[in-house]
Ligand binder design. Structure first.
Ligand SMILES: C[S@@+](CC[C@H](N)C(=O)[O-])C[C@H]1O[C@@H](n2cnc3c(N)ncnc32)[C@H](O)[C@@H]1O
Length: 378
């Protein structure tokens, strides 16, 4: 058994740095990084000998003395006997965190901030704004590589390069998500332009290689028959084209599907639950002209994912924010939201949509006197 005093950073971010003098005793010759368990919860040891688990986040008071011991399948961390009952009382006190405390690693200057929403005008692959293991849910629709005319992203790269880019951003999402966090990935089933490709199957396979675990695929029936542009060989079996006017929402998770962190408060209604757990979703797509972005999804899509797969107060990330739709859904559902978008004009569009939508301001009014709003001074 090893004793140590927890530092502020360890408590807030949910890790314990194994003291170097005790490394041999606790880690031995285990090759790092490595998956493990801590007090029965999934955990990981990184290459610096830091033991990470969502279980640890704000579990112990800052400067608490803890005892770390090895168990059959991982580690056990407990308050040192000498800490006494006072410390335990502090643990049980309900504590409400701000977005900065929860998920932002540095006070990088956001393009836009309001209440519990942040937009960063950055390349998702390069941003350092978000803390590791801090996100409850990622909802996103990445570029599809179907030659959409984005302002400064080339959406027509060789398929092999596209899959390398896919692996990079899926890996980054994996490091940012909590152990019981989830990913709702809106992608096409397949691609016909520039050669047929099984996009959904390929991306799902890459996600699993990166470490994501598969839960389900929801079929989003957009009812958009205008997609039906090419027949191939008309009325002939020589080379007909089959096109499904649907998209997929692949649902993945990091370690455990059981969600143990967060407020445990759900806001989904009975009818919504009954309808949305049926994996064929029928609602229309969003108009590009109305929104002013070449590939927006409708608010209904992130809203369903958020209410079905996250708790009230959770932190949601969209690494490809586009026109800001996911953050509008966050504002509507009392979730904290972070969006990353490489294009400045789209960041401005997202900001304007959020302001126009007014949900943020309505929430501010509704939450006057609410502790969460009082603490959101960032
Ligand atoms: C399919 S669109 C997302 C649309 C969004 N769901 C909406 O409702 O508006 C993909 C977005 O990713 C952005 N993007 C492309 N590469 C990026 C990167 N490396 N980092 C951040 N954003 C990126 C593009 O500019 C584009 O706006």
């Amino acid at each position: 058994m090893v004793e140590k005093v927890l530092e502020k950073m360890e408590t807030e971010r949910g890790f314990i740095q194994i003291p170097s003098k005790s490394r041999q005793q606790l880690i031995g010759n285990l090759s790092l990084p490595s998956r493990t368990f801590l007090n029965g919860f999934p955990a990981r040891l990184d290459k610096y000998g830091r033991l990470w688990s969502s279980f640890l986040k704000n579990k112990f008071p800052i400067s608490a003395r803890v005892e770390i011991s090895k168990t059959g399948n991982g580690f056990l961390v407990e308050l040192a006997k000498s800490e006494g009952a006072g410390a335990t009382e502090l643990l049980e006190e309900e504590r409400v965190e701000t977005l900065s405390e929860k998920a932002l690693s540095i006070e990088d200057e956001p393009y836009f901030k309001a209440d519990s929403i942040r937009i960063y005008n950055e390349d998702f692959l390069k941003t350092a704004a978000i803390k590791e293991s801090s996100i409850d849910l990622v909802v996103t629709s990445p570029p599809y590589n179907v030659d959409v005319q984005y302002e400064n992203y080339k959406d027509d790269i060789p398929y092999s390069e596209y899959l390398v880019f896919t692996k990079e951003w899926l890996t980054k999402c994996y490091t940012l998500i909590k152990d019981d966090g989830r990913l709702c990935l809106n992608i096409p089933l397949d691609k016909n332009k520039g050669g047929q490709q099984s996009v959904c199957a390929d991306i799902t396979t890459i996600a699993k290689k990166v470490g994501w675990k598969y839960h389900a695929t929801i079929i989003w029936n957009e009812q958009n028959i205008s997609r039906r542009t090419a027949w191939g060989s008309w009325l002939s079996a020589s080379a007909p084209f089959v096109i499904a006017p649907v998209e997929a929402i692949v649902v993945l998770y990091k370690e455990s599907w059981q969600k143990t962190s967060g407020s445990q408060k759900s806001d989904i209604t009975r009818n919504e639950f009954l309808e949305w757990t049926n994996g064929v979703w029928n609602f229309s797509g969003e108009s590009r002209n109305k929104i002013g972005h070449p590939a927006p999804f409708p608010v209904e899509l992130p809203k369903r994912c958020i209410k079905l797969f996250s708790f009230v107060g959770d932190t949601v990330l969209d690494p490809f924010l586009g026109s800001g739709t996911t953050l509008i859904a966050c504002a509507e559902t009392n979730r904290m939201g972070i969006g990353i978008e490489i294009n400045k004009n789209y960041c401005e569009l997202a900001k304007k949509r959020l302001e126009k939508h007014g949900a943020i301001y309505q929430r501010k009014l509704m939450q006057e006197g609410n502790a969460w709003a009082r603490q959101s001074t960032i």
